[in-house]
Design a protein. Structure first.
Length: 311
């Protein structure tokens, strides 16, 4: 706890402002730039006022110098404390705004992920129907080929049989019937070719639609993964800065990150109590605030409850 307090004292207001400006520039949060620039200007005015008071103090001489110096010093320190308190309050408000922004971005990412999962399930269903249709087409082709073979075999057998028992007139009539049958078979063959062409066209269209949907899903997944990595990096930066200031939320997130984002609830409580000393109630309130903000989830399906980080 002493180390944490000493590190907090080493962080000056000027250093904090510069670090916040760096984070804004890094992550493109331009909407916060005017507010931080206003704080930076106020801090500079305070420094200029202190320098002016120091110059005025050197001008005083005589018996009343010490009294004047003490009076001026008291006014300067009081003014500085008030301005410092106001700047710290604005910085705290800025941190809360950043946290709210991160929560909204995480909620948006979760919604996009659910939408992509639904689209992926739809594409998989289309692919499954396409595979079933291909199998059905193959069975139809095999059945047609088998029936043709049987028909040819029966035709040859009947021709050999009838040639041995028919008269000339009956043979002539049979030839006519055979010609009509051949014409009918040719018509049937043309219809089968047309049917196969329609089936192939349907297969090609379905394959093209499935390919386009699959490529779109892959693009959406890559974009989601990229945004998720960016949000994870923002959270890690926030955790690093918050831990140095003793922020209980940042301490809890740092412990979860160190354990791979998945650990027992009891272990998380014990680890936090080692760092946050003298305030046991802050541990539970911090954990359930993270649950409420949908940053972590408590899995109660097992005997020993586990905490899972959703970032």
């Amino acid at each position: 706890m002493r180390d944490l307090n000493s590190r907090r004292k080493e962080i000056t207001t000027e250093t904090m402002i510069e670090e916040i400006l760096r984070l804004i520039k890094t992550y493109g949060l331009d909407e916060f730039t005017p507010m931080i620039q206003t704080i930076q200007l106020q801090y500079k005015n305070i420094q200029d006022q202190i320098s002016l008071y120091k110059e005025q103090l050197h001008r005083y001489e005589g018996d009343g110098r010490q009294a004047v110096i003490a009076q001026k010093r008291a006014k300067v320190m009081q003014s500085f404390k008030e301005e410092e308190s106001m700047i710290q309050s604005e910085i705290h408000s800025y941190e809360q705004t950043i946290a709210t922004y991160i929560r909204k971005q995480l909620a948006t990412l979760r919604q996009e992920q659910e939408s992509l999962e639904r689209e992926l399930a739809s594409v998989q269903s289309v692919l499954s129907r396409y595979e079933d249709l291909q199998k059905q087409n193959q069975r139809l082709v095999d059945a047609i080929a088998s029936e043709k073979d049987k028909l040819n075999a029966l035709r040859e057998e009947r021709r050999r049989t009838l040639d041995n028992v028919l008269t000339d007139d009956e043979a002539t009539e049979l030839e006519k019937k055979r010609a009509e049958l051949d014409a009918s078979e040719r018509d049937e063959a043309a219809l089968m070719v047309e049917l196969e062409g329609l089936l192939k066209g349907k297969d090609t269209s379905l394959s093209l639609n499935s390919s386009l949907q699959s490529e779109d899903v892959e693009t959406q997944i890559k974009r989601l993964e990229k945004r998720h990595l960016l949000m994870r990096h923002v959270c890690e930066e926030y955790v690093t800065e918050g831990k140095e200031c003793g922020n209980s939320v940042a301490i809890a997130m740092e412990i979860l990150f160190r354990n791979g984002g998945d650990m027992l609830l009891s272990d998380l409580k014990n680890e936090m109590k080692k760092v946050i000393q003298g305030n046991p109630s802050a541990v539970l309130s911090t954990i359930y605030s993270l649950v409420g903000n949908q940053i972590i989830r408590i899995d109660r399906s097992t005997k020993e409850q586990r905490v899972i980080c959703l970032v």
